[in-house]
Design a protein around this ligand. Sequence first.
Ligand SMILES: O=C(O)C1=C[C@@H](OP(=O)(O)O)[C@@H](O)[C@H](O)C1
Ligand SMILES: C=C(OP(=O)(O)O)C(=O)O
Length: 426
Amino acid sequence: MLATSKINKIQGKITVPGDKSISHRAVMLSSISKGVSRIQGFLRGEDCLSTIACFQGLGIEIEDKGKEIIVQGKGLYGLKEPMDVLDAGNSGTTMRLLSGILAGQEFLTIVTGDSSLRKRPMARVAVPLRKMGAVIEGRDHGNLAPLVIRGGSLKAIDYASPVSSAQVKSAILLAGLYSEGSTIVREEITSRDHTEKMLKSLGAKITTGEGKVTVEKSELYNQDEIQVPGDISSAAFFMAAAAAIPDSHLIIEKVGLNPTRTGIVDVLKEMGAEIEIDNVFTSGGEEIGDIIIKGKKLQGTSIGKEIMPRLIDEIPVIAVIAAVAEGKTIITGAEELKVKESNRITSMVTEMKKLGIQVTELPDGMEIEGNNKISGSTVESYGDHRIAMAMAIAGLFASDPVKINNSECIAVSFPEFEEMLKQVAK
Ligand SMILES: O=C(O)C1=C[C@@H](OP(=O)(O)O)[C@@H](O)[C@H](O)C1
Ligand SMILES: C=C(OP(=O)(O)O)C(=O)O
C-alpha cells in the first residue's frame, strides 16, 4: 500500500514515461501500416501492454527490445481472426480504438476488459461504427463489453459526435481508412488530435480544420521510427505538486506539448503558478519540450466545459491543489469524468472529504473551498490510477500520512510514479 506524507518541497529534474495516448496509437497504427516500425519512448504501463497483447492476438509480431518496440506492420488487411477473446484490460482507449480497426475486418473478434472497463459505455463507438456497416453486439444492446465485432465493407459517414472524445473520433477515423468515400467527424470542442497527426505522418489522406476531420480510404506506410514524448498527464501530478508547494523547483524534460493536451499548463498559470517552457522541438507532428516549475501559494480558479477535453485526466490532481490554494475553485462541464475508470467526481469528492477537505459534488463537477488543512487518513483508489496518484499528491500536504488502498493500479499509466516521487520529494 502506497503512503505519502508532508514534504518541504519538490526539487530536481525528471523525465516522465511515454505518453499513453501516443503509445497506444503507435502500436495500433504501426500494426496496420506496411513495413517495420521502431517505437522509442513507448510507455510500458499496463494499458499499453494490453494494446500490444491485442495486436499480437490479431497476428502481428511485436517485440520489446528494451530500447524500442519493433512492430512488423502488415498493412490494412494483414490482421488475422484471433483464436481467443482479446483483453483490453483497464483501457478504454484500447477497446474503443481497436473497435474502429475491427470494424474494417471481415472476421469475428470478441473484446473484453476488466470489471471497470466492462462498465464503461461503448455505444458511443458502436453506434457510428454500425452506421458505417459493422456488426457490433454486446451486453446492454452492444453498449457494454464483452463486444462481439464482425466488420466488413464499410461506407463513409459524416458524424457529429455528441461527446468531445478522442476515442470516439479516433475509432471512426480508423474505420474511415477502410471505407469508401470521405469519412467526416465533427466535434463541438476539439479533443486530442494524436490520431490525426500520426495518420498524416503515415501517409493517410486526412485533413483537419473548422471543427471537423476528414479521412479517405488510404494505405499506411511505416516511417521506421516513432518517438513517443513524455506524458503530460503523468507529468501533471508533479507539475501540480511543485507549483503549489512554495520553494519547489522542478524541471520535467521532453514532455509532449500538443496544444490539445496542455490545459493543465493554462490552469496552473491561471492559478498564479510560475511555469516556463523551454527547448521546444517537433517530432512526428507532436510538440515536445521541457517544463520548468517554481512553487508558490496558488489562487483558486474556475474551470469549465470549453477547456475540459484539454485537461480531462488532470482534474483529480487539480482538485487536490485547489484545496490548498487561496479561495474557492469551481469545476463544471466535467460530466465525462463519471464514465472513466471510476466515477472520478464521486471518487474524488468522497476521498477528499475523508482528508477533511471542504468540497461539494456538483452534477457536472465540484466546488472546492480554499485553504483547507488536510489531515491524514486511509483512502480508496477505486482501482483508478488517476485517483490513486491524486491522493498520493494530497498526502504531500497532509498533517499525517495518507495511505492509499489498491494503489497498485498506478501501474496502468505510470509504473515509476512512487520511485520518481521519492526522488524529488525533499
Ligand atoms: O484518446 C485517448 O487516448 C484518450 C482520450 C480521453 O478519453 P475520451 O476520448 O473518452 O475523452 C482520455 O480521457 C483518455 O485518458 C485517453
Ligand atoms: C481515462 C483514461 O484512460 P482510458 O479511457 O484509456 O481507460 C485515463 O488514463 O485517465
